[in-house]
Ligand binder design. Structure first.
Ligand code: TYD
Length: 394
């Protein structure tokens, strides 16, 4: 049973960028509320949208749009190959192939339900299943391929409502000593950073080690190692094995993180109630910043048309009256409008920050990359606005 602790109001689908004709039509909204389930320590959104509506042939998010992610996946693939040297590798949520392109085509399999992305990896020569990850697909994959000895999935499992099915299916296709590696945003970091924008229709859950441990235990699996990462605003990489595989010992990092999460009260509802209170205050502060700047006739844009900023804009009521336009590099988002708030998205250019006074850091998780890219304009005096870890001007 989930207990609600935060109401982020009426929200549109975060990656449903609108065309000019679509903005005059009726848009679908749902209520974005977050709850805590004491039984399995899961923190999840309470109303979910069907996968088919979110992950279809027009899904705009592409991992390759950030240099940080391209380098990150390149380095990670080297590490995976060195440590595991998989003879059959499966990636769940392979997107546009940014990670898998570093793996041997003959030894790798992609699972990607967004057909526009699945087409890309198929074209690249990878065996791709353009399907949702569930038991019926796991059965098909097991029938048609060798036993999988390594599954990897980044920022995908948290998008799936039925987690029992996720881990059951992984267990089903894995070889006896097979390993499952997943990584997703960290709940502890989300609480510390006040990054409530980690919640939107696609981010159904924000995981902790406490919750993942309980979920995998149901499939007789266990987390034997974890790594804390800077990606996606602070993430955890979980290494999971079968309990019967005694060749691998549980690392001390697992016990230490479990202890830390308990110390921060991630297993207590009270912690989330306090988080909810903090976020309600954060909304007021952020609004004040924008309103004050606009009173001074400042030109404010948003840097990145992120899904996360959809939650911020709609929750904090930041619309066209406060944000002049958004800049982004993704071809699928350019010349469209932000969901709910209908702010125009323009193509990012090297001189996009010319004549801009303030830019909201929508892609705050890429702060270093952006600050590095915009050094010249930062020197000239452009300022950034952020809501995390608290609303302020940088
Ligand atoms: P990300 O933070 O991964 O977002 P989401 O909240 O959607 O999961 O999204 C990055 C978005 O920001 C993507 O649309 C590309 C855009 N972007 C830029 O336009 N310029 C940049 O320098 C960076 C790093 C991202």
């Amino acid at each position: 049973m989930y207990k609600k602790f935060l109401d982020l109001g009426k929200q549109p689908l975060a990656n449903k960028f609108l065309t000019k004709t679509e903005i005059s039509k009726k848009e679908d909204f749902y209520n974005l509320s977050i709850g805590f389930n004491k039984k399995n320590n899961l923190v999840s959104i309470l109303k979910t949208i069907s996968s088919k509506r979110m992950f279809n042939d027009k899904y705009p998010y592409r991992s390759s749009m950030s240099e940080t992610m391209k380098n990150y996946f390149y380095e990670l693939s080297k590490k995976i190959i060195k440590e595991f040297n998989p003879s059959c590798f499966l990636e769940i949520g392979s997107n546009d192939g940014t990670l898998i392109k570093n793996f041997d085509k003959k030894k790798s399999i992609c699972v990607e339900p967004c057909k526009n992305h699945a087409k890309i990896t198929t074209k690249m020569g990878y065996k791709t299943y353009p399907k949702y990850w569930n038991l019926s697909l796991a059965k098909k994959i097991k029938k048609e391929n060798k036993k999988i000895d390594l599954i990897y999935s980044a920022n995908t499992i948290s998008h799936i409502h039925d987690l029992t099915s996720v881990f059951k299916s992984a267990e089903y296709v894995l070889s006896k000593n097979g390993i499952l590696i997943i990584e997703d945003p960290s709940l502890l970091e989300c609480l510390k950073l006040g990054s409530y924008d980690q919640f939107y229709n696609e981010h159904i859950h924000v995981f902790s080690l406490l919750s993942i441990s309980k979920l995998v235990r149901k499939q007789n699996m266990e987390v034997y190692n974890i790594e804390t990462l800077n990606t996606a605003g602070g993430s955890i990489r979980y290494y999971i094995k079968r309990k019967v595989n005694k060749n691998i010992r549980i690392k001390k990092s697992v016990l230490l993180l479990l202890k830390k999460e308990k110390k921060h009260g991630l297993d207590k509802f009270k912690t989330y109630q306090l988080f909810g209170k903090k976020i309600r205050k954060s909304k007021q502060k952020l609004r004040k910043i924008f309103i004050n700047l606009k009173k001074q006739n400042k030109k404010i844009i948003s840097y990145g048309a992120t899904a996360k900023s959809c939650t911020v804009f709609n929750y904090c009521n930041l619309g066209k009256n406060l944000i002049d336009y958004v800049v982004d590099t993704t071809p699928e988002k350019i010349d469209k409008y932000t969901p709910g708030t209908h702010i125009k998205i323009k193509k990012y250019k090297k001189n996009s920050l010319n004549n801009v006074d303030y830019a909201f850091l929508s892609a705050w998780n890429f702060k270093d990359e952006i600050f590095n890219k915009e050094k010249k304009y930062i020197k000239k005096g452009i300022k950034f606005i952020t809501h995390t870890p608290k609303p302020r001007i940088i």
